[in-house]
Design a protein around this ligand. Structure first.
Ligand code: GLU
Length: 299
């Protein structure tokens, strides 16, 4: 059975880009008679904003996006993350790293996602896991992943990314690792999310392999931009949802290249949603990330 999800970080209210992701993942799941889960990515406590989770869930409800199971929380899965970290450790994939941000910047060269760590701590044999970060060793075999929307994604982790962190020195599990364990715990079959995360996919695929988990089928939809900048929950890209539900659905469907009937404008979302599920086709979704969001839906 198809299992998909929407995984917002509760760092602020939903912006248009996250609404598009929620709608795309919902429509893809429902057009396959699948389940649609909501997972709250609240592992990075410093980024969590009080009230944001309620605001996000409330917005999803207003938009008619009904989840099929009680929303899950990363903050309630810490012992699972620890368990799988131990598994990687036992198999010799991890090492502790004491390098400061400053050292990393001074020694490494720029990669696809920040500085490529130069592996200085690989053979240091650090033992204090309460003060140091855990990194996973990568290799330089080329990774090729087929994304249903973006096509072939190629990366060489050693050359493009470097050994990456799976648990930070502040004891917070890194997103790259937590999401892989979540995919497994949720029995996810499809991973539909914004294209701003495409660079992370090879790292996640690598961790899936190391842990013996199957990578879900991936669909990375274009990320919405405003004046060529990525929208962000934390940066005031706020929109008002209440009263704008129909307009938002129409804008999101347009953004996703889906057919829009003229009668949508005067309909309510209860009429639009079943029709959008019926007509949903990923073949119409553009790859491009440069589509601009109409300014009028921003407050
Ligand atoms: N929590 C991430 C966000 O809100 C999404 C992570 C994911 O879909 O894997 O952007």
């Amino acid at each position: 059975m198809y299992i998909g999800r929407f995984a917002p970080t509760p760092s602020g209210p939903l912006h248009f880009g996250s609404i598009v992701t929620a709608i795309a993942s919902y429509l893809d799941a429902k057009s396959h008679q699948g389940k649609w889960l909501v997972k709250i990515d609240d592992i990075d406590r410093p980024r969590v904003l009080k009230g944001a989770e309620n605001s996000i869930l409330n917005s999803l409800e207003l938009l008619g996006l009904e989840w099929d199971e009680k929303p899950s929380h990363q903050s309630e899965r810490i012992e699972f993350y620890q368990y799988y970290l131990e598994a990687l450790k036992e198999n010799g994939h991890l090492y502790l790293c004491s390098c400061s941000r400053k050292t990393i910047h001074a020694l490494g060269k720029s990669g696809l996602d920040g500085i490529i760590y130069n592996g200085a701590c690989r053979n240091m044999g650090h033992t204090d896991s309460m003060k140091n970060a855990y990194r996973v060793q990568v290799n330089n075999s080329p990774l090729v992943i087929e994304d249903l929307i973006q096509g072939k994604i190629k990366q060489n982790l050693a050359n493009d990314i470097g050994d990456f962190i799976i648990k930070r020195s502040d004891q917070i599990f890194a997103y790259q690792f937590a999401v892989v364990v979540d995919n497994y715990l949720d029995k996810l079959t499809h991973l539909c999310r914004g294209n701003d995360l495409i660079n992370s996919l090879p790292r996640q695929r690598y961790l899936h392999q190391l842990l013996g988990f199957k990578l879900p089928i991936c669909l990375h939809i274009p990320a919405a931009t405003k004046q060529q900048k990525k929208l962000s929950k934390g940066h005031g890209d706020k929109i008002s949802i209440q009263g704008n539900e129909t307009a938002l659905w129409v804008e999101a469907l347009k953004f996703l290249g889906q057919p829009i009937l003229p009668e949508y404008a005067a309909s309510n979302i209860k009429e639009i949603i079943p029709d959008a599920i019926k007509k949903w086709s990923i073949n119409h979704i553009p790859k491009s990330t440069s589509i601009e969001v109409d300014a009028h839906i921003h407050t």
